[in-house]
Design a protein around this ligand. Sequence first.
Ligand SMILES: Cc1cc2nc3c(=O)[nH]c(=O)nc-3n(C[C@H](O)[C@H](O)[C@H](O)COP(=O)(O)O)c2cc1C
Length: 195
Amino acid sequence: MVATLLSLAACGSKTQQTQQTEEPMNKDFLTLATERYSVRHFSDTPVEQEKIDLIIEAGRVAPTAVNSQPQKIYVAKSPEVMAKLNKVSPCMYGAQQCFIMCYNDDTVCKRGENGNYGEIDATIVLTHMMLQAAELGIGTCMVGYFKPDELCRELNLPETIHPVLLMPFGYAAEDAAPSPKHTEYRPVEETVEVI
Ligand SMILES: Cc1cc2nc3c(=O)[nH]c(=O)nc-3n(C[C@H](O)[C@H](O)[C@H](O)COP(=O)(O)O)c2cc1C
């Protein structure tokens, strides 16, 4: 298991960079998951609507607590909204489009007295979308570095909507490459324990 992970982690960054921008191809899941990396420099090329639709569909079929599907996803494409996102986060990386992943108080499944599954559900949905994007050759970066209150104010979001993560997406710029962190995997023995 460890040896397998190490050999997968040894993929060169050049290979990873090339595959982010190539046409979609059939890959086994673990290869896709390993080669995906957080893109932090996007090109100006807009993503085709058919590909955006597929990414959204991959999110739609994701599991959520009691299948409550509390996600509310804004697809930011206009220069006006992108300018606002650039104001609330330094992590747009030149993207021309961004998913704003939120959950909705009205549909979220409660957890205990005061909690709910909103952040967990929203993150699972976004992970489906991130991996579908990778399969289509579209780069993404999950971004938690923003102030939700400021975002709600800027976009005038309803009170029931809670932003969880941003995900700028697009075709990777030619010089985009995985950060060194991408292949810094903790040993399985440290993170997994059979009990
Ligand atoms: C919940 C979450 C929040 C993240 N927030 C940010 C962020 O604000 N800015 C950023 O550049 N990357 C962010 N990332 C990306 C991680 O830094 C990245 O996934 C990690 O370093 C592993 O690298 P890789 O995605 O290239 O494999 C975030 C990832 C997750 C899962």
